[in-house]
Design a protein around this ligand. Sequence first.
Ligand code: AMP
Ligand code: MG
Length: 428
Amino acid sequence: MSLTARFSCLSDFDPDALSVEQARAFIRSQLTRVGTRERVALRSALGRVLASDVIAPFNVPAHDNSAMDGYALRHADLASSGETRLRVIGAALAGKGFAGSVGAGECVRIMTGALPPAGCDTVVIQEVVELDGEQLIVPAGQRAGQNIRRAGEDLAAGKPALAAGRLIRPAELGLMASLGCAEVSVYRRLRVAFFSTGDELCSIGTPLADGEVYDSNRYTIFGMLTRLGCEVLDLGVVRDHPAALEAAFREAAAAADVVITSGGVSVGEADFVKPLMAQLGEVLFWKIAMKPGRPMAFGRLGSGGGGSDEHAAWLFGLPGNPVAVMAAFYQFVRDALQLLMGADPLPGVPLLPAVSSVAMKKAPGRTEFQRGILSQADGLWSVRPAGAQGSGVLRSMSEANCFIVLEHERGPVAVGDTVQVQLFDGLV
Ligand code: AMP
Ligand code: MG
C-alpha cells in the first residue's frame, strides 16, 4: 500500500491540523531499520546500535568474590548468640588470593573483589568488627553467605548480556569490555543528506548581498545529525528553482538513506515543491498543530532510476525558520533516525514538571515548544521562557536549557502553574 493510502486510512488524521502525537506516531509506524551490519573495534561502537546479541562467554563475575572490605570466615564458627573470637591467619586481596585454607576458628582479612579462601562462606564488613591483637571479634547477627557476590550473578555464561537494537553508550562499552569483546557487530551508520532551500540564503564565507541571510540551518542540522552519530552529506544551498531542486533531491536520494531539507514547505512555496515531489516519490505535506514548526513534509523519494530494487530515501522536509527546524528535528526526526539506525524504540525524552515563574499566553489546539530556562530556587525547579520566542530567534534557543512543552489542549499559563519541560542535555 502506498504511503498516501496508509495515511488516508487514518480517518481522524487531518493533514492540515495534525497533532504532534499523530504526526510522531504515523512517522514511527512507517519506519524500519535500513542499515546492514558491520564489525567494528569496541571503541568505535560508541553511539552505534548493536546488530547482534552479545552473549556472555563466561560467568560475570567469573568467581565468587567479596563485595566489601572485611573478613572472610566460616559461618558455622560463629556463636549462635553473642560475639565470636577468630584468629586472623592472612589476607586475600583482589587479584592475589589467600593460598591456604581456613580451618575452624580462623578467618582471613579480605578486600573487595578478592576470592574468598577455601572454606569461607561469609564476609563480615570491617566496620562492625574489632581487632584484639591477632584475634578478630565478630558481633552476633551475621547472615550466612552475606557480602559475597556469586559467580554468574550479573551475567550467566551463554545468556544474552545485551540485545541487538541497543544503543551503545559508555555503560555498554564497559559491559562489553568486561566480557572481553574486542570487536562488536553494529549497524552501519545512517547516511543523511541535507540541503537548505531559499533564494535569500547565502553560505558563510561569501559576503552578504542586500536582502540575503546566512544559511544557519545547515549548521544546526549538521550539529544535530553529528550528535546522533549519522554520516552527513551537506549539499549546500539550493535555489527556489524547479530544476535546481529536482537535481538536489535526486542527488540526495541516490546518496543517502534520509534526506533532510529546510524551507520550501510553507504555504505558497509548497505549491511549487509539491508537483516536483509527485514526480520524485511520495511525499505528504502536513500542517502540524504546533509552534514553532507548523509546516512539514514527510515521505519517500526514489532515485528516479526505476526498477524494483530502486534505492529510496526517507524525506523530512522541515520548515525554514531556524528554531522551527530544531523543534521539528527534535520532536520528529531524532526518534525516526534512531529507528532507522536499528535502535529499539526508546521511551522518548522525558517530560518533567516544573513551576512556571511567569504567565504565558497559550491557545488550546496546538502544542507549543517554548525555549525555557530551568533553574532551581528554594528546592523547587522553576522555569521561564528564554527571551524572544520568534521562530527565527536562535539566540533564545542558545540561551535555553529546555523546551517548555505546552500541551495541545492547554490554555494560558498563570504564574505558579506546573508545566512540562524537556531538558536539552542528558547525563550520558
Ligand atoms: P521558508 O520556510 O522557506 O518560507 O523560510 C521561513 C523563514 O526562514 C524565512 O525568513 C527564511 O529566510 C528563513 N530561512 C529559511 N531557510 C533558512 C536557512 N537555511 N538559514 C536561515 N534562515 C532560513
Ligand atoms: Mg524559503
